[in-house]
Write a protein that binds this ligand. Structure first.
Ligand code: F6R
Length: 242
């Protein structure tokens, strides 16, 4: 694991965007695994800025996102599809039809998940997977559990994740209770992984992920077994690293 210490959120965002843009420049037809949530927003903004300056070209890039709420249509402003469109897709030149997310509108979980696995296989796997970190150590929506998950599956969100995500909804009751998420095995098969973390709320999970035992009770800890992990975190998130 390589850990990059950033001064603050903006510095973390720039450093993360640098790693993503290096991937796109070195392999223009790469597959980027993308994440939603508040942490990567600054990195996406930076990528859009570099794209507008003519320094980045996404014309051969394919993207696959980590997860999507089950039951939210794409035009719901809390769907991850909507998030990705607003924060990245509508601003850059990723070709139409080359950005994939699990289909949250598919009520049949088995169908939705096997279709998404098929897509990930068809695009040839992930070159660089971007991850945020849940306060409980989740990655994607792989919540603490007694085993590591394999491929895309449907999950019940834990009370702590519902609590953490309610800030995006009018009221807590509106937070969907289930989501489709890429599994741990798929994340581990990505050639490179970039985990971003910001703020003191992430400090304990980040410390445990890097220095604690590898356990499905803290899903991000599995990354200790991945050969190419880049962690970009700000001072607050790294405050328990000593
Ligand atoms: C988002 C995702 C989640 C978030 C995590 C952190 O696609 O898969 O694992 O990365 O919940 O969220 P933020 O960045 O909002 O703290």
């Amino acid at each position: 694991m390589r850990i990059y210490r950033a001064k603050d959120y903006d510095d973390m965002s720039r450093k993360a965007a640098n790693i993503i843009s290096a991937q796109v420049i070195l392999k223009p037809d790469c597959v980027l695994g993308l994440a939603t949530g508040s942490t990567p927003i600054g990195a996406y903004k930076q990528l859009v800025e570099w794209y507008n300056k003519g320094d980045l070209d996404f014309s051969e890039v394919t993207t696959v996102n980590l997860d999507e709420y089950k039951g939210l249509p794409r035009d719901n402003d809390q769907s991850y599809y909507y998030f990705m469109r607003e924060n990245l897709f509508k601003h850059v030149n990723i070709p139409e039809g080359r950005s994939f997310l699990p289909d949250g509108t598919e009520p049949d979980s088995e169908k939705a998940c096997s279709r998404y696995n098929e897509i990930i296989h068809q695009v040839g796997g992930i070159d660089l997977q971007l991850l945020g970190l849940g306060q409980n150590g989740h990655i994607g929506f792989n919540e603490p559990d007694d085993h590591f998950s394999l491929e895309t599956h449907c999950v019940d969100l834990t009370p702590s994740t519902i609590e953490a995500n309610k800030r995006f909804f009018e009221k807590k009751e509106d937070v969907p209770r289930q989501a489709y998420t890429m599994g741990i095995k798929t994340i581990m098969q990505a050639k490179r992984v970039l985990l971003v973390a910001s703020g003191k709320e992430k400090a304990q999970a980040l410390r445990d992920a890097v220095y604690g035992p590898v356990t499905p009770a803290l899903p991000a800890s599995i990354l200790q077994y991945h050969k190419n992990v880049y962690i970009v975190a700000d001072e607050a998130a790294l405050s328990l690293f000593g």
